[in-house]
Structure formats: structure tokens, C-alpha cells
Write a protein that binds this ligand. Structure first.
Ligand code: HEC
Length: 284
């Protein structure tokens, strides 16, 4: 037995970078993602990669509050809304087509770089484009409400499947670089980068919150959030959350679906490669 354990340990050491990563074939991108993920493997050795879909609930520093969350999850507050969301998703559009027949790419492959249009495409943009194409009005508010529900109904069909976006063409790599720059740049009056909170301080407390690890970010989105539910809009896309995080450091948020937030989402998806989707999720 002892021998087997030693052999396994040696293998892990020899393999060097994480066996967690599959995404890009680009050696630099591949190495960066592996390094990012290895950082968390070392920082939280008891947390399995799949667990990061649970956001902050996955961290040992959150263990005391996790029991409450688990209790809440016995009757998830989002269940009734999800029934509605699935109905909306299946409802034929004016042309007779459904959204499902329009969005042919799996949710694990979003966001993606569109070579023709030379831009990052998100589920939000493709849903609105599909609505227009099939005689419906596009959805104006792309941060909460109906849009968030439709995305939840789409993405939940891929729950349990590892996130695996494509970052192989020069355009996609440039978008990844733009998102990376945003993520690591300090901003706002408090002068914090995303990484300052979600990498360097992951697991630490901040004004009563525990900071989640950046790995796995956005795998649970859209989320149903208690804080948002107090104002009557419990559902939010990940760009809604980005706006909140920018505001926390007193930086001016960008618009949902701005090129900046799309690149950021692309980068967060890249560094979460291999973490399974878990949609919707409940958050504090
Ligand atoms: C001052 C610290 C701080 C900074 C800087 C910050 N955040 Fe956050 N973020 C939080 C807190 C607090 C939460 C709520 C607890 C948690 O889940 O980490 C949060 C939550 C999130 C979540 C939700 C995770 C989930 O699964 O529910 C995402 C995604 C996120 N942040 C992304 C970002 C990005 C991207 C940036 C950079 C634009 C950023 N944050 C900057 C403090 C910060």
C-alpha cells in the first residue's frame, strides 16, 4: 500500500503542471492556466476541482456557514423560477423555431471568439440574435430577469460537464490576453485587481464575506442571490456580478455585454477550464 502511495506521489510530481487542464493547445496559454489552477491546488489542498462550482461554499474557510447553505439547498429557492425558465426556453418563437434549435454550440463552449465578426460572443448575444432572427424582440435587460432565466435553462442542460472553451486562434488568444489584463489590473479608488481579492486573498475575510477562489468563477451563473432577492431581482448574470465587484472597489462598472466584460468572462472561463457547470446556483 505504502509503495502505491509513494508511486502516485512521484507521478504527480513528475507530471509537473496540473493534470486538471485540457483547454488551449497554445503552449503559453496552456501553461498559464495550469499555473493558475495549481496555485489553488496548493492553497486549498482539500478542495477537489469539481467543488469549485460551488463558489465560496467550496472553501474550508466557509465551512461553518456551509451547513446553512446545504439546508437551503434541500428546497432551493430557485426551483419555481426554473420551471418557468424551462417553459420559456421550449416555447416556439414566431417562426416556429425554438431557442434550443438556434443555439447549436454546447454551453461548455461559451463564450467563444467569432472569427468572422472578430468579437467574443456570449450566450446573451446569441440569444438576442436568435430572437431577432425569428421575429421576436430582443431582450433589453441583459443582466437579470428573463435573460438570466433563459441562460439558466440553457446552461443547466450541460451540468456536470467540464468547461472547455476554445482559445486557439490568434483572435481568441488576443481576447484571452485582454481579459487577463483586465483581471490583473488594479482599479478604483481602493486600487484592487480581481486577482487581489480572488487569487491572493481567496479564503480570507472581507467585511464579513469570505472571498471565493477565482477558479470556478462563473460556472454557477446565472445565480439566484439572496442579496439581490431583497430588491426583488434575485437572478443575475455574471456581468451583473462583475459590476458589483467593480463598485466594491469604487471603480466605475462597465456595461453588461461591453467588450471589456466579455473579454473578462472569456478569461474567467479559460482559467476555470475543466470545472463542471452547475447551474443555477444559489449565492448569498
Ligand atoms: C475587494 C475585493 C473584490 C474585488 C477586487 C473583486 N471581487 Fe469579486 N467578489 C468579492 C466578494 C466579497 C464576492 C462575494 C463572495 C465570493 O463569492 O467571493 C465576490 C464574488 C465574485 C463572483 C461570484 C462568484 C460565485 O461563484 O458566486 C465573481 C464571478 C467575481 N467576484 C468576479 C470578480 C472579478 C472578475 C473581479 C475583477 C473585476 C472581482 N470579482 C473583483 C470581492 C471582490
Amino acid at each position: 500500500m505504502r509503495k502505491i502511495v509513494v508511486t502516485l506521489a512521484t507521478l504527480t510530481l513528475l507530471s509537473g503542471t496540473s493534470a486538471w487542464v485540457t483547454a488551449s493547445q497554445d503552449p503559453k496559454v496552456k501553461k498559464e492556466i495550469a499555473e493558475y489552477q495549481d496555485y489553488f491546488k496548493k492553497r486549498f489542498p482539500t478542495v477537489a476541482k469539481d467543488d469549485y462550482s460551488d463558489g465560496v461554499n467550496a472553501l474550508p474557510q466557509y465551512a461553518e456557514r456551509r451547513a446553512n447553505w446545504e439546508m437551503l439547498m434541500e428546497f432551493p429557492p430557485y426551483d419555481a423560477d426554473m420551471d418557468k425558465a424551462r417553459e420559456m426556453w421550449k416555447k416556439p418563437l414566431k417562426s416556429g423555431k425554438t431557442l434550443g434549435s438556434c443555439l447549436t454550440r454546447p454551453a461548455t463552449k461559451y463564450p467563444y471568439y467569432d472569427e468572422q465578426r472578430k468579437e467574443i460572443r456570449t450566450v446573451e448575444l446569441d440569444i438576442n440574435e436568435c430572437l431577432k432572427k425569428h421575429g421576436e424582440e430582443p431582450i433589453k435587460n441583459v443582466k437579470h430577469g428573463k435573460m438570466a432565466l433563459l441562460i439558466a435553462a440553457f446552461r443547466e442542460q450541460y451540468n456536470g460537464q467540464p468547461w472547455d472553451i476554445d482559445i486557439d486562434t490568434p483572435g481568441a488568444i488576443a481576447a484571452y490576453e485582454a481579459g487577463k489584463k483586465f483581471y490583473w489590473t488594479k482599479r478604483g479608488q481602493l486600487n484592487f485587481s480581481c486577482a487581489n481579492c480572488h487569487v491572493h486573498s481567496a479564503g480570507n475575510k472581507l467585511r464579513g464575506d469570505v472571498l471565493s477562489a477565482g477558479i470556478g468563477h462563473t460556472t454557477g451563473f446565472p445565480v439566484y442571490r439572496t442579496k439581490w432577492s431583497l430588491a426583488g431581482k434575485p437572478w443575475g448574470t455574471v456581468h451583473r456580478r462583475y459590476g458589483g465587484c467593480n463598485r466594491q472597489v469604487r471603480a466605475k462598472p462597465f456595461k453588461a455585454q461591453s467588450p471589456e466584460y466579455r473579454a473578462l468572462e472569456f478569461y474567467e472561463a479559460a482559467i476555470s477550464t475543466g470545472v463542471p457547470l452547475k447551474v443555477p446556483s444559489q449565492r448569498q
